[in-house]
Design a protein around this ligand. Sequence first.
Ligand code: IPE
Length: 252
Amino acid sequence: MSERILLKFGGSVITDKKTDCAINYEQLSFVASSITRAITGKGLVIIHGAGSCGHPEAKLYRLDNGAVAGQTEGVYITHRAVSRLNGAVVEAFREKGVPAVGVHPLHAAVADNGRLIAFEYRHLEKMLLLGMVPVIHGDVVMDLSRGACIVSGDQLVRYLAVALKIDRVGLATDVPGVLDGGRVVPEISQKMVPYLQIGNSMHTDVTGGMRGKIDELLGLADAGIGSDIFHVLRIGDFLAGVDHGGTKVKGR
Ligand code: IPE
């Protein structure tokens, strides 16, 4: 079977995190072009974050506290914001000839205590077999104990990379890799974490910034799937399987 790649880009790559839901169409078009050039013969799954289209809403409605009967407006408003971004991503990809289709976790996933416990993926398998490119996103999902919670793109990466038997996982960010004191760490594993000074995102972020991302990826690496973190401008290099100047996340 052809190589399966999961590519995630953070919300800060495709939105301006300083302003409410400001979609960076120029960057989206760049990402779409890089993908068009590289996907022939590959199975590709895209996951994106929310950036300024979802984080401010999740914070405003305190979705970190969950949702209770009669106070569920935040579920709708947050999902609407991130779905709007997802629509823009899908459109940008299709304009460049990528057969993208949006898939919303709110419709397919269940969480408990803030963690995904189920995500229907048989339809994603079918899409991949047909050469389609599912575009999934960080979302609000229903949570068995909290009512609702936010599931980050990084948590989705961890779950779906295993479920879909992904060969290579890449995370495109607005920094060149994991930075320790301003320098890119070329390789990271669980035992190195206590010795690194990893910065947190400056902007509204309800899912843990770079630290949260690394925790998810280390969990994934321990499940046998390594990943790469690199600057968005190096997407082409990652897809081509050449050096991208970023960080490799390795298992124990
Ligand atoms: C958050 O997803 C989803 C919502 C707030 C609805 P992410 O946590 O993956 O988003 P970014 O990449 O940090 O913006």
